[in-house]
Structure formats: structure tokens, C-alpha cells
Design a protein around this ligand. Structure first.
Ligand SMILES: NC(=O)c1ccc[n+]([C@@H]2O[C@H](COP(=O)([O-])OP(=O)(O)OC[C@H]3O[C@@H](n4cnc5c(N)ncnc54)[C@H](OP(=O)(O)O)[C@@H]3O)[C@@H](O)[C@H]2O)c1
Length: 268
């Protein structure tokens, strides 16, 4: 039996996608299959996704002329998984595998294949991710729309040229870690000023989430929102002056630059 979509690799990323697709009613559960090599993980997927077919391996009959394949295995397993996908006659592949180029994926196939490469980030696990997509040599607008509809079930999607995927990796791929570092540092700062860790954590996480929602919903720029809490000669101005003195902006610029360069190196 051929499926509409087959997700190869039912780990954190693959299962987050399936959850988003079912929530968005992208298709019926019986249209979906997950291929997962690990027995224990298969059992957990079976319990979690009623009606979705959980397979130990991908076979010829699973892929029809219109079947799409999502590749969501760890980079170390990607080549082996692709060799199998290529033998099934799949014609459309969306990969979330970091560092794997569209041309590398295409090289496994002997017939034309539409390959879309993407870079999602961890908030896709809660349906609030950002993903960038870029198409390979044989991709049409329909293929990109298809990929966007899948990743759009777990967050927002932007289109970039493949050349920019490393920058996306260094910015939004690694981005959650930058924000978590800031959150950790602020919680410690609250403790330094005499707050309990628990109270400091509640205040910082609440400020972080609230500021993000305000930024997104108000339509105002970060500069405008920052100016609203910065009275002349006031407390925030004193704090910001210290951050600017420590070159925090330059530090973020260099962090994204280093992460982008590292992504380039890993992809080579
Ligand atoms: N997590 C993120 O935030 C994030 C962000 C951007 C990109 N990515 C990319 O997404 C991909 C998946 O990451 P993840 O965090 O979801 O990893 P993960 O949780 O380890 O999931 C990978 C899954 O694929 C399974 N698998 C391995 N080889 C397979 C095969 N040949 N056929 C079928 N299933 C196979 C693994 O099983 P075993 O445990 O048995 O190996 C595992 O369950 C990675 O390439 C990563 O670069 C992840």
C-alpha cells in the first residue's frame, strides 16, 4: 500500500512533524507512515499516533507516484537511509538533515527527483518553530509549496537559496541556544541580587515569553519596544549602558558568524 507521506526517522524531529501534520489535518492518519529503525521507538510511536502506520523498514510498495518522503534521521544515518529511499522510486524528498546538500541527496537517485532541503529549529517540537527551505536542481514551485505546507504545520517557513542555509543554521538553527544562554545568565543575575532561584526563574522565563509575545503581536520594532521601557536616566538605561559597554551586540554578531562558518565546515 502506497502512502501520501512517509517520514523516515521517527525521532524528535520526525515525530514533531507528524504531530503537527495530524493537528493541522494535513492528511488522514492512514495516509501517513513513519519508518523507524529502533524497536522501542516504534512502540512509542504506535502508542502516540493512532492510525499512522509505523514501519521497521521502507519497501517498494510503500511508495507510489505521488508519495512524498521526509528524511529526518541523524546525519550519520542519512546516507544509508537515502540509499533505501532511492530504490523505492520516490520522486519528492524533503530533508531536515543538517549539513546534507540537495546535490548530495540527488546523487543517490538515478531518476529525476525533487529535493527540498530545510533547516528547522527545536521550537518545532511545540509547533512554534521557524524553518528555512531551499530547493534542489529539479524543484518546481509546487514542490516548494508542498514542503512549506509540511513545515508550516509546526511553525513559520521562509524560502532561501541554498547558499544561505549555513547562515540560517547559525542564526535560527542555533538561535534557541543563544536565547537560553541569556535566560540562564539573567536567572543567575537575579540570584546575585538576593532573589531565590525559583522566583528568579519565574520572573525571567515570564519576562522572556511575555516580551516575545509582545514583540510578535504589537507589530512594533524591537527598538520601539526597548525605548518604551527605557526612561531617560532611569534603571533600564543604566542596565543597557552596561550591556553596550560590554559589546553585547558585537558578541552576538560574532556568535552568528562563528556558527555560520562552523556549519560551512561541517557541510564540506
Ligand atoms: N532536533 C533539532 O532541533 C534539529 C534541528 C534542525 C535539524 N535537525 C536535523 O533533524 C534530523 C533528525 O534529528 P532528531 O533530533 O529528530 O534526531 P533523533 O531524535 O535521533 O531522530 C532520528 C531518528 O531516526 C532513526 N533512524 C536512524 N536511521 C534510520 C533509518 N535508516 N531508517 C529509519 N529510521 C532511522 C533513529 O533511530 P535510532 O535511534 O535507532 O538511530 C532516530 O529515531 C537530524 O539530521 C538533524 O540534523 C534537527
Amino acid at each position: 500500500m502506497a502512502f501520501e507521506l512517509i517520514v523516515v526517522g521517527g525521532g524528535r524531529m520526525g515525530s514533531a512533524l507528524v504531530e503537527g501534520l495530524l493537528r493541522a489535518k494535513w492528511c488522514e492518519p492512514h495516509d501517513l507512515a513513519i519508518v523507524e529503525a529502533a524497536t522501542e521507538q516504534r512502540e512509542s510511536l504506535t502508542a502516540r499516533f493512532s492510525g499512522v502506520t509505523i514501519l521497521a523498514s521502507l519497501e517498494l510498495g510503500h511508495v507510489g507516484p505521488t508519495t512524498g518522503v521526509v528524511l529526518s534521521v541523524k546525519p550519520d544515518h542519512a546516507e544509508a537511509a537515502l540509499r533505501v529511499v532511492a530504490t523505492t522510486g520516490a520522486t519528492r524528498v524533503l530533508s531536515v538533515v543538517a549539513g546534507l546538500s540537495t546535490s548530495r541527496i540527488e546523487s543517490h537517485f538515478h531518476a529525476p527527483v525533487a529535493v527540498i532541503r530545510s533547516m528547522p529549529n527545536t521550537p518545532v517540537l511545540v509547533g512554534q518553530g521557524v524553518s528555512a527551505i531551499s530547493g534542489g536542481a529539479q524543484v518546481t514551485k509546487d514542490d516548494l509549496d508542498w514542503a512549506e505546507s509540511i513545515l508550516g504545520a509546526v511553525g513559520i517557513v521562509v524560502r532561501v537559496t541554498e547558499r544561505n542555509i549555513d547562515a540560517v543554521t547559525g542564526l535560527s538553527g542555533s538561535g534557541p541556544a543563544y536565547f537560553y544562554l541569556v535566560v540562564e545568565a539573567l536567572i543567575d543575575a537575579g540570584v546575585h541580587q538576593g532573589l531565590t532561584r525559583d522566583v528568579s526563574r519565574q520572573l525571567v522565563v515570564g519576562t522572556f515569553v511575555g516580551s516575545a509575545v509582545l514583540l510578535e503581536s504589537s507589530g512594533e520594532s524591537p527598538e520601539e519596544l526597548r525605548a518604551q521601557v527605557t526612561s531617560p536616566g532611569g534603571t533600564t538605561a543604566a542596565g543597557l549602558r552596561m550591556l553596550e559597554g560590554r559589546a553585547v551586540r558585537a558578541a552576538f554578531l560574532e556568535a552568528v558568524s562563528a556558527a555560520t562558518e562552523r556549519s560551512r565546515q561541517l557541510g564540506r
